[in-house]
Design a protein around this ligand. Sequence first.
Ligand code: TXA
Ligand code: MG
Length: 344
Amino acid sequence: MKTTIYNQIDLQNTNVQHHIKDVIQSGGIVVFPTETVYGIGANALDKNAAKKVYEVKGRPSDNPLIVHIEKPEDLSRYVEVIPDDANGLIKAFWPGPLTIIFQKRDIIPTTITGGLNTVAIRCPSNPIANAVIKFASTPLCAPSANISGKPSSTLFEHVVDDMMGKVDVIIDGGKSQIGLESTVLDLTSEEPTILRPGFITRQMIETVLNKSVLDKSVVTPTEVPKSPGMKYKHYAPSGVITVLYGKEVDIINYINTQLSTNLNVKIGVICSTELYDKIQTSRKFDIGSMSNDAEVASNLFIALRKMDELGVDIIYTHAFSELELGNATMNRLLKASSYNIKKV
Ligand code: TXA
Ligand code: MG
């Protein structure tokens, strides 16, 4: 398939706007940037278009997609009821990186909800994302634009690697601002429940709602996951990741000992700026400063993909702050490592 590439300036051209509309209205696929990660978008009201998204991603069909709307006012067309809690959160965080689960209306096909009678809705703040939904004249179902199981795409280059020749259009929006997927909050259960942590933190949600919120994003193997996406292997590069916990000096010593005693193994290291110069290998990636949670979050998927580029079999990294946004970063990192942690 021929993939057409556009950038933000091209979107001002009416021919380009019509092309995007034609592609979406005829059941095609457009990959576009959002403030979180890139999304692979199709007409959310067309079940055959949605099926194509599952195929291209290689995503299991019981893992539901998020419906992206252009503006908050569009919500009532797609959901049965808008609970009071939702109104406060929408006012505070939409457009932005918060996805909310509602009871769906019949207009939303069950193909995109994995057979559930609920639907995940998000109103992105990225201007390119908004423009694409507007040109399409329909909401877009858009999972992260990566092959299923791989790290989400946060650079145009990642999207090209995973999607070139498989989709109709890719729009280059540069590096994703946040770099981790949106917070997913379920408002259909008894208590508001976080299914996936993100930039909008539990504390931020609790402040708006003025009540406590459950966090079900950590699953122990014996639990049945509430969000179908939680049960699959995620964000994983080819190498086996170990997340080290301990004092900085012990982490440096441990990694350098592994590097010097396993010379026939290809080892890669993802570390903070503070550790970078002390790690004795060239197969390393500086993910950002320990004191800058936003920087670390925005570089995580880039770091994981870098390890694949380096062709490493073993990856060492270390724990970062687990507070607020750090909670979302550590959620992705621990999943990528299949919870393979080591205290040093
Ligand atoms: O930031 C994001 O949310 C990105 C950008 C492209 O918007 N999208 C994204 O989509 O991460 P995806 O499909 O990779 O993740 C959607 C998550 C999955 O974990 C899925 O299981 C959950 O939302 N989800 C979707 N619909 C649901 C539902 N009705 N009930 C429970 N979980 C749902
Ligand atoms: Mg995803």
